[in-house]
Design a protein. Structure first.
Length: 334
């Protein structure tokens, strides 16, 4: 009997040691689908969470300055754009960027800035979803509405935007749908468009997408890329001499993707690889459209931006978390 008890004790002791020694595998931060992905993210690279506790961050952009720069990131439920520095300081950059026209609306804000971009003059512009406008912040702190109507009708709900090197602006305008409730549900345009604002004139360049979302220009600015959250596809258009687009075709189909999320924010690196939010994380495509791999955020990340002095850090707006991963390539625009 003593031998039996001793044997059981030994077995239990060994099980405890094994249980204590067993550790959960580290969370997956990248997913390599092609050897070419190793030239984008070094094998074994980890992702760092920089700040937690946001409501839901989405719009994000790096503002370049001499010797470095800082990050702007929009917390939509708080209706605040924060300024984050590489030293870890977080401060308020812009209070109430959206939801400014309160007549007849609930007092509590429900929306904030979505896509954020910096124009060639260094001015910040953003998509104000609830105000149904694209707004530029001037250097003196005043705000200029760049676009809010097309053909006399109110825009739907501007979502994402990208500047060309000559200052021309492309942006997506999906429908806000019933998120705005009955008091602001008057959809005036019959389509969800992609627009070009050039020389003060607003032009509709795409009108056949179900829900245009993220938007990006190729590094040479010869192609415009727009993803469709409903079709779960990325479309590529040839940019014409006048800034219009033609010959749209499917660049990538993400419909078979697994995990949380639909096509959203998009960016290019300097080598022409396209990064797009998609199901399960940030998908990385070669210039030819081959799916090379994924960056897996700690939470769903609808937006991201290249940053730091060398442009080789990818900052992720991951719902309640701000995170960062180092890459081997710099961003084409950061």
């Amino acid at each position: 009997m003593k031998r039996f008890v001793a044997g059981c004790a030994a077995l239990l002791s060994g099980a405890v040691v094994l249980a204590l020694g067993a550790q959960a595998p580290p969370p997956e931060t990248t997913r390599r689908l092609d050897p070419a992905f190793d030239a984008i993210v070094s094998p074994g690279t980890t992702l760092e969470t920089l700040k937690d506790g946001f409501g839901f961050i989405n719009g994000i952009v790096w503002v370049r300055e001499s010797g470095g720069g800082h990050l702007l990131v929009s917390d939509i439920p708080a209706n605040v754009v924060h300024r984050w520095t590489p030293g870890g300081t977080l401060s308020s950059f812009l209070e109430k960027p959206d939801w400014t026209r309160t007549t007849g609306r609930p007092a509590a804000p429900r929306f904030g800035a979505n896509g954020i971009a910096v124009d060639p003059q260094g001015r910040v512009a953003y998509a104000a979803e609830a105000d149904r406008a694209v707004v530029r912040l001037e250097t003196n702190g005043t705000r200029t509405v760049l676009a809010e109507r097309y053909d006399g009708k109110r825009l739907n709900s501007p979502n994402d935007l990208v500047f060309r090197s000559d200052g021309a602006l492309y942006f997506t305008d999906p429908s806000g749908g019933n998120r705005f409730a009955d008091w602001d549900l008057k959809k005036e345009l019959p389509y969800q468009g992609v627009y070009l604002l050039k020389d003060g004139k607003l032009q509709l360049v795409v009108q056949d997408l179900e829900r245009p979302n993220g938007i990006a220009l190729s590094p040479d600015e010869k192609f415009l890329y727009v993803n469709d959250s409903v079709k779960r596809a990325i479309l590529r258009y040839e940019v014409q001499r006048d800034g219009g687009v033609a010959n749209g075709r499917v660049f990538a189909d993400m419909s078979a993707g697994k995990g949380t999320g639909n096509p959203d924010g998009m960016k290019f690196d300097a080598r022409g690889n396209l990064y797009s939010v998609g199901p399960g994380g940030i998908w990385v495509f070669s210039p030819e459209g081959k799916h090379l791999g994924m960056i897996v955020p700690p939470e769903f990340a609808p937006g991201f931006a290249f940053g730091d002095a060398d442009g080789k850090s990818l900052y992720l707006a991951a719902s309640s978390k701000l995170a960062r991963i180092r890459l081997l390539n710099a961003g084409a625009r950061w």
